[in-house]
Design a protein around this ligand. Sequence first.
Ligand code: UN1
Length: 499
Amino acid sequence: MRTGRRGPINLKNFIGGKWVQARGRIFKNLNPADTRQELDRFREATRDDVEGAVLAARTALKSWTLKPAPKRAEIILRAGRMLEQNKERLARIMTAEMGKVLKEARGDVQEAVDMAYYTAGEGRRLDGATLPSELPDKFAFTIRRPVGVAGLITPWNFPMAIPSWKIFPALICGNTVVLKPAEDTPRSAYEFVRILEEAGLPAGVCNMVLGGGETGECLVKHPGIDLLSFTGSSEIGRLVAEHCGRTLKRCSLEMGGKNAQIVLADADFDLALEGALWGAFGTTGQRCTATSRVYLERRIYAKFVKAFVAQAKKIKIGSGKKPGVEMGPLINETQLERVHAHVTGGLREGAHLECGGKILKTKALAHGHFYAPTVFTHTRDSMKIIREEIFGPVTCLIPVEDFEEALTRANDSAYGLSSSLYTRDVSLAMRAIRDLEAGITYINGPTIGAEVHLPFGGIKNTGNGHREAGRSSLDIFSEWKSVYVDFSGRLQKAQIDLD
Ligand code: UN1
């Protein structure tokens, strides 16, 4: 993404049901596999543009809230069908602007379809609880109320799936929203919002402002926003949380990961190998759930390193559109430089580079942000490549004596998103399920691959106690109200009238 001066502006903001041009700088949407190809242009939303979007969302709030949830669900269901019907087209758009291989882009769209269908079902549920009262002739129950206007800030690595985790639950609960998608993937967001519009979402219920960090900051700080849901780095997440702490806005954060896969000697070796490769290099390592540490029981360590490195070297790299390509580019130059800086830092700290560690500049790849699959061994736990999120195709293979050591070292992290154990030992699998400090644990599966009907999120620096997707997402986007109905006809005093 660059700023520039000329060219037609084809992407606009969506405010109050209208596509309107923003007033800020011009941004270009470039193909990360070949940056000579400009895909789109848009103007960054300014403070005034954000103001308009929040106002539109606030204006639409009352009637949307009063619309029965099953009716809100009908629109979400229609949007799900349209996403499904357009899956191939949307996946191609996504691959072009984001770089992930087509198969994965289809998966990303599918995740949004799944989320739409799952959430539409909630339209006829959205249940509270009916509870006994301690007093006679008194009824007690709970209902969900919307929070209000939700600001949604989404990243570029899952340009449809992650917006769907936020938009659909927010809408089903009766909130209105302002979406600020990542500036690197504006087109996917544009297509998503257009589908919502065509599915019949009333004007102002979902608004979109395009732009970078400044637009995001305007949204976060706008007093008309009641709730912020953010997915991105822990660094920015902390700033969002600080502001929300001061202003008492609700905020749900989904941030980084430093996910570990443990492989015990009794595991199915080939299965664990395949899982680790997919976890480390799928989406070019640009997943918060990516496998960046692999703890291997010493008995299988050498064999695993040899096989893993051999496979990593064979990964076919190129444009995600090309059949047979297994790994696409990184999203932009900043990320490319960042990943490379992590790798050179690792080398400086004394880690051993088994393969990769370089920006790829062959003739075919010269115009994209391609990085070689990178494997480190001989690391120390204090190294930055072991401690910090890299968000690229870089992983570390680490020998351990046994399960106990693997568990301790896997847990020795500031993050706690995903985790995995490969073993045939049921008791150790149960120990891992209980003791791995993470929001997600896979047994005999890689650290990536979450399904939409289960809670998604993590502990420590990964999150702030909320879970997206699943039923738990409803708790982000609704407030509980407790209701007491007294039909005794007299004043009854809880905790005082004991007989
Ligand atoms: C992310 O890692 O950034 O579990 C989101 C997965 C996907 C979502 C990942 N369903 O890998």
